[in-house]
Design a binder for this molecule. Structure first.
Ligand SMILES: Nc1nc2c(ncn2[C@@H]2O[C@H](COP(=O)(O)OP(=O)(O)OP(=O)(O)O)[C@@H](O)[C@H]2O)c(=O)[nH]1
Ligand SMILES: [Mg+2]
Length: 216
């Protein structure tokens, strides 16, 4: 890891994989690589610092799954487990040294690096604009109308603060953090040049994993 990182990748992995029903999905094998390893490989091309957010009991297994001679990770452990992805994002962003970060869930093995690069460029281009408030996030919108907040880029400090404020107010949704910020929607017309819907696929069940395996 360089001394000063310019872009972080934050992988959120603190969930309990209840729908998966076969251990921690983060380390489920897909084509010889744990799911979280696919995410790390894809983040690595567009970031220079990797943070993994998880629960204390996951640390050893996730380090084993991800670290090698060529890769070290920073682990950011939830102080209070089971407070949802919003808490995981806060913890991960607080640990990042870079000012901006791509946040990706551990169960999205097909996340498209070109999409993340485009999101970073949109976020960073906000710096050049003379607006009163910088945009603090760029979030892709799914064609069905919802926001893909666990495959999005954020300014680390304002987003972490907004997550904490939302949690404090007992608002558990990631959108509750975004409500407290200026942020930018990345419409399907913006991202379809870079990615297909495969990028958003998340592995929630064994059946999802089998379907993903069939693609290799
Ligand atoms: N830190 C943290 N991350 C979470 C929490 N709940 C979910 N996540 C992460 O958020 C992402 C999306 O969550 P889900 O797909 O619901 O994963 P999950 O909660 O492990 O799985 P289910 O128990 O089946 O809902 C995954 O990367 C999870 O690891 C949590 O309470 N804390
Ligand atoms: Mg869940």
């Amino acid at each position: 890891m360089p001394e000063t990182s310019s872009r972080a990748g934050v992988i959120i992995a603190g969930g309990f994989s209840t729908r998966f029903q076969d251990g921690d999905k983060a380390v489920a094998d897909l084509d010889g690589t744990p799911l979280i390893g696919h995410v790390a490989d894809r983040l690595e091309g567009v970031t220079d610092e990797l943070v993994v957010n998880c629960r204390a009991e996951q640390v050893d297994v996730l380090r084993d799954a991800l670290e090698s001679e060529s890769r070290t990770i920073q682990v950011a452990v939830d102080q209070t487990p089971d407070r949802g992805p919003l808490a995981g994002i806060a913890t991960g962003l607080e640990a990042a040294s870079a000012p901006v970060a791509a946040v990706v869930a551990c169960d999205m093995p097909f996340v498209e690096p070109a999409l993340l690069e485009a999101l970073f460029e949109r976020l960073e281009s906000g710096d050049a604009r003379e607006t009163d408030e910088q945009t603090a996030a760029v979030v892709p919108k799914h064609p069905d109308g919802w926001f893909q907040t666990t495959q999005a880029v954020y300014r680390a400090e304002p987003m972490a603060d907004a997550c904490r404020a939302a949690l404090e107010a007992d608002e558990g949704k990631i959108l509750a953090a975004l409500d407290r910020l200026e942020w930018t929607v990345f419409e399907p017309t913006d991202w379809k040049r870079y990615a297909t819907l495969d990028s958003f696929d998340s592995i929630d069940t064994r059946a999802d994993l089998e379907a993903a395996r069939a693609r290799f």
